[in-house]
Ligand binder design. Structure first.
Ligand SMILES: [Cu+2]
Length: 129
């Protein structure tokens, strides 16, 4: 009886140790793989009447994903120059893939009328060489 209890305890300890160590190792490996293969993700938040951050800097030729989350209502996220046009619904982040091919400053606007400050709802994208 006592031997069985000890054996169970050892199994529980091994499981706990394995459960703790193994995922940490896997996580760091997959993070390394992601850093090599996947574009940088830039989190942007939208609410009346601003994008946060209001300015980002990208590198020419380097792909990024802009992940935009709205915290209050539907907004637009549009740039004719950077060639994207999407809507952002509350609780449903929108992802836009961008690989800028020209250096310069570009504007992203909300093209979904959202109230009196709507005309100033902009984000500046600086693309550097
Ligand atoms: Cu708006």
């Amino acid at each position: 009886m006592k031997a069985i209890t000890i054996a169970k305890t050892i199994v529980a300890i091994l499981l706990a140790a394995g459960g703790g160590i193994a995922p940490a190792v896997f996580a760091s490996k997959s993070n390394l793989a992601r850093a090599d293969a996947s574009p940088r993700v830039i989190e942007i938040s939208a609410k009346k009447f601003e994008f946060t951050p209001s300015e980002i800097t990208l590198k020419k030729g380097q792909p990024v994903i802009l992940r935009v989350t709205s915290t209050d209502r539907v907004h637009g996220f549009t740039s004719r120059q950077l060639n994207f046009d999407t809507d952002i619904a509350v609780g449903k982040p929108a992802e836009v893939s961008v690989t800028p091919d020209t250096a310069g400053d570009f504007m992203v606007i909300c093209d979904h009328y959202c109230g009196t400050g709507h005309g100033n709802m902009k984000m500046k994208v600086s693309v550097v060489e």
